[in-house]
Design a protein around this ligand. Structure first.
Ligand code: G3I
Length: 463
């Protein structure tokens, strides 16, 4: 939850979903609005998702549907993460095992779980050479083209409005120095244009989803990432729809976190796309592993368009390379040193719940934000205004939306707008008096227009 107070006091500790949703707005918002947290105003979040949200980012994990019945797994997932990726359940072989026959059950379990918890969902992945059902590989060019477009359209429309980012095309480039496209049924039969076609089809299928290209061994500036970079630059120049690039970030001693990781993320961001760390895991243990994780998190935080981090699993015991113990929780769901490093890098603390703070001081007020509802095209936000230790007679707070977002409705307040239409200044509707510690709230509906970040919340000003 975001808290913008006029005084440097600790703010209440909010729990659970409300806290997570609210936090999601906070820092990115404050950064966007040019606001700076006063020393002592921000509490330190105690989970990965909350801490990331306070930095305007998500912190996600890959999830396996068949683990959701394990209580420790689900408890850890629910407590720590605010975004999920289906580890295997949205791949082509899982969703369309035979032509035209779609099987959404396992993936739906993950999406439904995530939505019930207020988590975001990343879609992984629509067009990939691996985990393809046999029938796809046997098709001729025309048939393959229509099968690819049909698959993209059906799958994206099934979860239309429910998935914030899709890996539209995964791993289409060769390793090594060639910079060439990887051989695959798509590449071999449709040529280079299959990637562009997939992205255009994806945009039409769910115009609100962010469309990502996702790959591995592209984390450094190297021949492979240069080839991806050239493709993204070309797409942006020609208006081919692409919104984000995913960097899988599977690291180990033979493939360590590169020294130019941040610079590489930044050069892609400078092309006008978001960047996301999509499958992070780092083999190792102890302090060494923790330091590598810290480096990755710091790199993402240093790049304003790095919108989130996903680790490739909850616990070492179910990792695709469990022998390398590459994740943040061990096989018994204990937090590893890497967990502490990530949480600390995000600005959080494992120091426990400090409990309700004293709130703003005399003559002051504070504001917190939470998302209360979300639909396919819009969400509702609620801002709670609380008086400090003395009564106040009025208040004012700015809410700044992120274009192309638009506020379409407000309630329990009297809004005015700046010339851009992006900054709403809300004042009380009538008597704005609040007794010491008392609170009131106002609400608004934001048409997302594809941008689901929380609006930026300014500080509370008394009058
Ligand atoms: O579910 C079946 C099970 O019924 C069967 O008994 C068993 C026997 O092999 O296989 C099980 O399926 C395995 C599946 O993971 C679930 O555990 C598949 O064989 C296995 O191939 C599959 O591996 C997945 C791999 O992608 C496939 O390429 C990993 O879990 C998954 O973590 C991994 O994820 C990929 C990303 O999608 C793309 N980037 C690289 C990343 C790591 O390889």
């Amino acid at each position: 939850m975001i808290d913008a107070s006029t005084r440097g006091r600790a703010r209440p500790r909010w729990r659970g979903r409300v806290r997570r949703a609210a936090a999601a707005c906070a820092v990115g918002i404050m950064a966007a609005a040019g606001l700076v947290a006063l020393p002592g105003t921000a509490h330190a979040a105690s989970t990965l998702g909350d801490a990331a949200a306070e930095r305007g980012r998500y912190f996600g994990t890959a999830v396996a549907a068949n683990r959701l019945g394990e209580s420790d797994y689900t408890a850890t997932l629910n407590r720590e993460f605010n975004s999920v990726t289906a580890e295997n359940e949205m791949k082509w072989d899982a969703l369309e095992p035979s032509r035209g026959s779609f099987s959404y059950g396992n993936a739906d379990r993950i999406v439904n779980h995530a939505r019930a918890q207020g988590m975001d969902v990343r879609g992984h992945t629509l067009v990939w050479h691996s985990q393809l059902p046999g029938w796809v590989s046997g098709l001729g060019a025309n048939d393959l083209r229509s099968a690819m477009n049909h698959h993209i359209t059906q799958v994206m429309q099934h979860w239309r409005g429910q998935i914030h980012s899709w890996d539209v095309v995964n791993e289409a480039f060769q390793d090594g120095s060639s910079g060439a496209r990887r051989p695959s049924p798509f590449q071999d039969r449709l040529g280079n244009g299959f990637i562009e076609e997939a992205f255009r089809t994806a945009r039409a299928a769910d115009p609100n989803a962010k469309l990502c290209y996702n790959d591995y061994n592209t984390d450094a500036i190297n021949a492979k990432s240069n080839a991806v970079y050239a493709m993204v630059r070309d797409f942006k120049q020609r208006g081919v729809p692409i919104d984000c690039v995913g960097f899988q970030s599977h690291f180990n001693s033979g493939n360590p976190v590169p020294g130019d990781f941040r610079q590489n993320l930044q050069r892609f961001a400078d092309l006008g796309v978001d960047v996301q760390i999509t499958e992070l895991d780092i083999e190792g243990s102890g302090t060494t592993q923790a330091n590598h994780y810290r480096t990755v998190v710091e790199a993402c935080l240093a790049v304003s368009r790095c919108t989130g981090i996903t680790v490739w699993g909850v616990t070492d015991k179910y990792s695709w390379r469990s022998g390398g113990t590459p994740l943040l929780f061990d096989g018994n769901y204990n937090k590893k040193p890497a967990y502490d490093a990530v949480l600390t890098a995000l600005g959080g603390t494992g120091g426990g719940d400090p409990g309700p703070g004293p709130g703003p001081g005399p003559g002051a007020c504070s504001v917190t934000y939470e998302q209360t509802d979300r639909w396919g095209d819009r969400f509702n936000g609620r801002v709670t205004v609380r008086a400090g230790s003395t009564a106040i007679s009025g208040w004012r707070v700015d809410v700044t939306v992120r274009p192309p977002q638009k506020i379409s409705a407000t309630w329990n307040g009297s809004p005015t707008w700046d010339s851009s239409g992006n900054v709403m200044t809300m004042r009380p509707n009538g008597n704005g008096s609040l007794q010491p510690g008392a609170s009131t709230s106002f609400g608004f509906t934001v048409m997302a227009n594809g941008e689901w970040s929380a609006p930026a919340l300014g500080t509370c000003t008394t009058s």
